[in-house]
Design a protein around this ligand. Structure first.
Ligand code: GDP
Ligand code: MG
Length: 657
């Protein structure tokens, strides 16, 4: 069976939900059309999604176009979630980009198109709302060429534009009946064989042009433009015809071993989890044991095995039971208990591993308004984090505080609303702040010997710490013979080292460091692993104090586009917040600036930009490593008895010793 996996993307209010409804109606999946304005559409379910008009969670609806099965994947649309948008678009074979004929190109339209281009996803452009007063067509086409993508080919013209009777007329690739469009399309295709034939006045048939056009569309080099109205239904059949004939079918590697990604988790009323999987290669069979691979925030890969109990395939708007699902398709499976979004089922595959999965670098403390709901809040957040890869929950057991790691402010609003509506817990957030890291400045050594006056433990430990290369993380080395200690003591030391490195001199996680165990000693049979667990923090922190650390803050890479009259203001404001950028260059009607800026000030600049450019500025930012801070380092509250304060530390650990 041929399968095409597509997504519809758009700026809020361009008509994505209405178009989805219309498509499901046209393909006989639903027999009445839900209206966004009545809140009864097939794909928008949550209250918040309806209110704000944004789709938060991906879901799948499938339908048939003749013998081709189309899986329509709902994709999130908000800019805060750009990493998530990229991740969800990367599973698509093709996309429909909806643009409103009335509002035209909007900020999100540009961001989405830039991602589609980057991922080389074949895209059909659908200009919606041609029935509404104020709708534009010719000028909008010019705008699309200038601001979105140069290589487009409008396949229709509109008559009675801006009225309820608006209609579309197919253009003809015919030198006689439509010479202007004929030449336009030859130019757009820019194909050597066609141009050569044209120059030599040889006959070019419609079939020739179409074959070349479809090839280019499938390769993502050219976007056809359709016109229509999700409201009246005009143009939707034609668009679907384009989906069927112009998008590439899913090329699953059936013969290879299984690998697929989990992109959504749902729960049954009983609490049982349902995982949505995109199968890239191989086949998933029911009652089969599969490997589940998960990349942690620390980038290590953990693998476990579980059994698939039941499989559903998507079929005509609902899902049906199936014994297996093959490469290229999507499915829902039951039986996987320890499963999360982003997990990889089956074997690691280079293709899938490359899908970006950025860790959030912003953090906020979250508190229930009613203190007695703390436990409910924790339970709710844990459940939400399993279903939503954007939510990372951290529990500080020392102070009994809860933190979440997020990508942006809109996400706070979403979490706030889900907690209230679904879990009936009202919460407040602290101000959002960035998560920094620390790196050692130089080399530091420390040693405490058993039996020395101020070492109350039965053990000897010495460490050397030193900086290591950028991005190398934490490395632990033995500078002593393995046989110098019983294995259990080695293990206790190593575990404690990694634990200690979670909080450096300023409270941030220590990275790009090598810790070498230089000295050991114990006294049989009095020494226990606990002696080492308590001694290691003192010695390692002392070594770290001697080495010194620098604090690094997370950075964003950005691209900014502003109208000519706002460029100097934009540059001024960027300089004021320590952004670094290249010379601006002029493209079409606006200036483009590229550079880096601290993540901590990104959100504020984005909001500010919107007002000083009157909504014309477009700003795209993405995480881009770390930069050393020279002053005003933020300090993070420690979540232990501080080993830097020896007296206090000893007082507390000796209590439990
Ligand atoms: P979304 O935010 O992209 O999902 O857009 P919606 O489907 O929610 O539509 C936003 C608004 O535009 C709603 O009030 C729709 O009724 C209206 N709308 C959508 N498509 C059309 C159309 O083709 N013509 C007209 N006149 N209105 C439309
Ligand atoms: Mg919508």
């Amino acid at each position: 069976m041929k399968i095409i996996n597509i997504g519809i993307v758009a700026h809020v209010d361009a008509g994505k939900t209405s178009l989805t409804e219309r498509i499901l109606f046209e393909t006989a999946v639903i027999d009445t059309i839900g209206k966004v304005d009545h809140g009864n559409t097939q794909t928008d379910s949550m209250e918040l999604e309806r209110r704000r008009g944004i789709t938060i969670k991906a879901s799948v609806v499938s339908f048939f176009l003749k013998d081709v099965k189309i899986n329509l994947i709902d994709t999130p649309g908000h800019a805060d979630f750009i990493a998530e948008v990229e991740r969800s678009l990367s599973v698509l074979d093709g996309a429909i980009l909806v643009i409103s004929a009335v509002e035209g190109i909007q900020a999100q339209t540009k961001i989405l198109m830039s991602i589609l281009k980057k991922l080389r996803i074949p895209t059909l452009i659908f200009i919606n709302k041609i029935d509404r007063m104020g709708a534009k067509s010719t000028r909008l086409i010019e705008n699309i060429k200038e601001k979105l993508i140069e290589n487009i080919i409008p396949l229709y013209t509109v008559e009675k534009l801006g009225t309820k009777e608006a209609e579309i007329v197919q253009k003809q690739f015919n030198a006689e009946s439509d010479p202007y469009f004929f030449e336009e399309s030859l130019l757009a295709l820019n194909d050597d064989s066609l141009l050569e034939a044209y120059v030599n006045e040889r006959k070019i048939t419609e079939e020739q042009i179409k074959a070349i056009m479809i090839n280019q569309i499938k390769e993502g080099k050219l976007c056809p433009v359709y016109f229509g109205s999700a409201m009246t239904g005009i143009g939707v059949r034609e668009l679907l015809n384009g989906v069927e004939t112009m998008l590439p079918v899913s090329h699953g590697l059936e013969k290879e071993s299984l690998s697929g990604t989990v992109f959504k988790i749902e729960r049954e009323a009983s609490g049982e989890k349902i995982a949505y999987i995109r199968v890239f290669s191989g086949t998933i069979h029911v009652r089969e044991y599969v490997k589940i691979n998960r990349k942690s925030i620390e980038k290590t890969i953990n693998t476990h095995t579980e059994k698939i109990k039941k499989i559903h395939q998507f079929y005509n708007g609902s899902s049906v039971i199936s014994p297996k699902v093959i490469a290229g398709d999507f499915c829902k499976v039951w039986g996987l208990k320890d499963i999360k979004i982003g997990d990889l089922v089956g074997e690691w595959s280079a293709k899938i591993m490359n899908i970006p999965f950025a860790a959030p670098q912003l953090e906020t403390q979250i508190k229930p308004v009613q203190k007695e709901k703390t436990h409910d809040l924790y339970q709710a957040l844990m459940e939400m984090s399993e279903e939503d890869p954007l939510i990372h929950v951290l529990k500080d057991d020392f102070h009994h505080d809860l933190f979440i790691r997020i990508f942006g402010e809109v996400q706070k609003e979403v979490i706030h609303s889900v907690l209230k509506e679904k879990y009936h817990v009202d919460v407040t957030f602290s101000e959002t702040r960035v998560i920094c890291i620390e790196k050692p400045k130089g080399i530091g050594q420390a040693l405490e010997r058993m039996g020395e006056a101020d070492n109350p433990f039965y053990g000897t430990v010495g460490f050397r710490v030193e900086p290591s290369e950028f991005g190398s993380g934490k490395t632990y080395k033995l500078g002593v013979e393995l046989g110098s200690l019983p294995l259990a003591f080695h293990k206790a030391i190593e575990e404690t080292v990694f634990d200690v490195l979670k909080q450096g001199l300023f409270g941030w996680e220590v990275e790009d460091i090598v810790v070498t165990l230089t000295h050991t000693g114990y006294a049989s049979p009095v020494t226990t692993a606990s002696d080492f667990r308590k001694l290691v923090p003192l010695v390692l922190m002392e070594a770290l104090v001697k080495a010194g650390t620098d604090v690094y803050e997370p950075m964003n890479k950005f691209e900014l586009s502003v109208p000519a009259n706002s460029i100097s203001q934009a540059m001024f404001k960027l300089s004021a917040i320590q952004a670094e950028f290249t010379e601006p260059f002029f493209r079409r009607d606006s200036y483009i600036l590229k550079g880096t800026l601290p993540m901590a000030v990104t959100e504020k600049f984005k909001r500010n930009l919107y007002s000083f450019t009157e909504g014309e500025g477009i700003f795209i930012a993405k995480p881009y490593g770390y930069k050393k801070m020279v002053s005003d380092f933020p300090v993070r509250k420690r979540v232990d008895f501080n080993p830097l304060n020896r007296k206090d530390y000893l007082l507390h650990v000796m209590k439990t010793y």
